[in-house]
Design a binder for this molecule. Structure first.
Ligand SMILES: N[C@@H](CCC(=O)N[C@@H](CS)C(=O)NCC(=O)O)C(=O)O
Length: 220
């Protein structure tokens, strides 16, 4: 059974609200579609640098559109994204922490899902000071890790192994010619097909031979 499941890789950064939407949708569809969902924590800044792209918020009209767009999408997707955007704050430490969680639990992906969600909530729902180191600890605890586990993961997140891993996952997205996030890679008949954004699920479903029924699927 697991061999026939199509591998779907989600490249994301918790600074990206559109990635949060894609993440929640894929988590909902994971048990509806015949897919093997792989979380790929990456660095949006690295994707922009490596592809020569720029932050979308730099264009004033685009920024204003995104604020309205995200409010509408929040309601439509049932994900509590609460703009405005959080200003210029890097997520390097956060994404290293998420990478450490992902590396520690390897294939399971249970904790990386919970930790990522808590970080998105911190940034995009409750607007916490994400530069404060305590915000990582708090997210880890809320995700169900013990204080010792969080401490261990914070140390691991500063290791060369994790710094290199985050770089290599970001590079993997760039190798697929990513220019932004969320970026989804599906393997269809042995060939990788890529989709940018949380608004490409209809097309993606069509390509992988599954049915898109909107952002709130109910398992029959
Ligand atoms: N239309 C896409 C937009 C996704 C998006 O704007 N992602 C941002 C990061 S939050 C990005 O990487 N933008 C790069 C670009 O638009 O070139 C969606 O609805 O998900």
């Amino acid at each position: 059974m697991s061999n026939s499941r199509k591998v779907v890789k989600l490249f994301y950064d918790v600074i990206s609200p559109y990635s949060w939407l894609a993440f929640e949708v894929l988590c909902r569809y994971r048990n509806v579609w015949n897919i093997d969902l792989k979380f790929k924590p990456a660095l949006l800044g690295g994707v922009f640098r490596g592809s020569g792209n720029q932050e979308p918020g730099l264009v004033q009209n685009k920024f204003s559109y995104m604020v309205t767009d995200l409010k509408q999408l929040s309601e439509f997707f049932g994900v509590p994204v609460n703009p405005p955007l959080p200003g210029k704050k890097g997520t390097l430490n956060m994404m290293r922490f998420v990478t450490a969680v992902a590396e520690k639990e390897k294939e399971r992906g249970v904790l990386v899902e919970r930790v990522s969600r808590e970080l998105w909530k911190n940034i995009w729902s409750t607007h916490q000071d994400i530069t404060h180191p305590a915000s990582l600890t708090e997210a880890g605890l809320k995700a169900g890790l013990s204080a010792n586990e969080v401490e261990e993961l914070l140390i691991l997140s500063k290791s060369q192994q994790i710094k290199d891993k985050l770089k290599s996952v970001t590079q993997e997205a760039l190798d697929y010619q990513s220019f932004g996030l969320p970026f989804i890679v599906c393997h269809v008949n042995g060939k990788a097909e890529v989709f940018f954004g949380s608004d490409r699920f209809e097309l993606m479903a069509h390509r992988i031979g599954e049915k898109w029924v909107g952002p709130h699927p109910v398992k029959s």
